[in-house]
Design a protein around this ligand. Structure first.
Ligand code: GDP
Length: 138
């Protein structure tokens, strides 16, 4: 079990002005910020990041959305980070997300769902390294 996960505050949540609210929930959830940047990815970078979903019907919509505006990318640290962060963000579809989760509060739809959270330790490492070099991870 690793103690790090990777997150993005997605373009919908940035546009809606929810960066601060979401960071506050992340801090309140006991996560330490090990890396963070405000950035925007190209369509090509989004396609690379979400390569595992290439065969899914929503791949095109997803990569268009994720490259549509700035995001906040971050590596978060906490014991049991991956599982605990998935709990904090809630179900992919906000309609199914539990009360008090980030997606329940701030996500509009299954596609534009406010935040990303890695689904495994292995992917957390791959995704964190996609955005941050060694000098940017603390
Ligand atoms: P996650 O791990 O909860 O983020 O969910 P998945 O790994 O299944 O999907 C990755 C991302 O693809 C989700 O966070 C959504 O932004 C998007 N996505 C998933 N399912 C759908 C869908 O049915 N329609 C659309 N438009 N986007 C989806």
């Amino acid at each position: 079990m690793s103690n790090r996960t990777f997150t993005m505050i997605k373009p919908d949540a940035v546009k809606a002005g929810n960066i601060g609210n979401i960071l506050q929930m992340i801090n309140a959830g006991g996560f330490r910020i090990a890396a963070m940047k405000y950035t925007k990815i190209s369509r090509q970078q989004a396609e690379k990041f979400y390569e595992v979903h290439a065969a899914r019907p929503f791949y095109s919509e997803l990569t268009e959305f994720m490259s549509s505006g700035p995001i906040v990318a971050a590596i978060l640290e906490k014991e049991n980070a991956v599982a605990d962060f998935r709990k904090l963000i809630g179900a992919t579809n906000p309609a199914n997300a539990e009360e008090g989760t980030i997606r329940k509060r701030y996500a509009a739809s299954i596609g534009e769902n406010a935040v990303h959270g890695s689904d495994s330790d292995e992917n957390a490492k791959i995704e964190g390294d996609f955005f941050f070099n060694g000098l940017e991870q603390f």
